[in-house]
Ligand binder design. Sequence first.
Ligand code: PMP
Length: 353
Amino acid sequence: MSQFWSEIIHKLTPYVPGEQPKLDNLVKLNTNENPYGPSPKVIAALKQEVADTLRLYPDPNSEALKAAIAETHHLNPHQVFVGNGSDEVLAHVFQALLKHDLPLLFPDISYSFYPAYCRLYSIDYKTIALAQDFTINISDYNQPNGGIIFPNPNAPTGIPLALDKIEQLLKNNTQSVVVIDEAYVDFGTQSAVGLIDQYPNLLVTHTLSKARSLAGLRVGYALGSTDLIEALTRVKDSFNSYPIDRLASAGAIAAMQDEDYFNKTCSLVISTRTKLIADLEQLNFEVLPSGANFIFAKHQTKDGAELTAELRTRNIIVRHFKAPTRISTYLRITIGTDVQSDFLIRALTEILS
Ligand code: PMP
């Protein structure tokens, strides 16, 4: 606390990201990174960009990157907004589109950055409890609101919401912006991107951190009507003219264009997930249905915090959330390679025996 701080800073409770350990020999299953490296075409594009041209600013409008993203999603580049990770894109979304007199609605168990942005931008919000089985019940969102946001699949549960439910939500809610955070959509969840041309209040956010294996490059984007994108651009141009540097742009374009590599690595993650769920069930875990590159699982008898600590002593890190208590028995486990899954299952077998 300091007399030098602006008043709002005293009241902020920042988001706490998962640990990025300094040790190399860990099986790191805690922050939903992709176990496979980026496409070799991304590495080649990055190497080529390490050149004298780095002395020049990048394109402030990231036109080439927007064109590549638009092509992937069969949209027009004016329907694309890009930023330094989807966290930055989301920050602009909260400020540009979700701050109104009525409260923003999101699930009580969801991405914990949402309440952090509400505090940062003084946005009134109301959380809506997930159903007993941790699913989102869209009729609970039929109430006056200044916007709605949730991840699909949800985080940290991993549970996907079917596209017809999203469309129903959009039909019920035409007067405020509906944001679907599709950070994990490529691991078997239906995307809402195809609804954008029909619903001018729908905004969908994506990241290259997960399915495109580029968490370290920091690129994310939003897709929506030109009207919504213009609001985001106004905030960005009042904040940072160059959120996408030359390297990030070159790497991200190559990643968007290598569809084969993307499909191959997503399929590998999905098949490892299927096998890991079966193995965990054999060890008396209950695993929630997952459309993500992570699973949310609890053991029938052993506590989540204890299991997390015991795995850590065996050089495996997973994520545990102390609050709310409804999820404190669960572990969130990122899907790694088959070899990492086997290592995890062996450790859990030892711990539980
Ligand atoms: N949305 C959700 C639901 C997430 O879990 C994450 C990753 N922490 C993000 C957005 C942000 O990802 P990034 O900033 O790496 O694009």
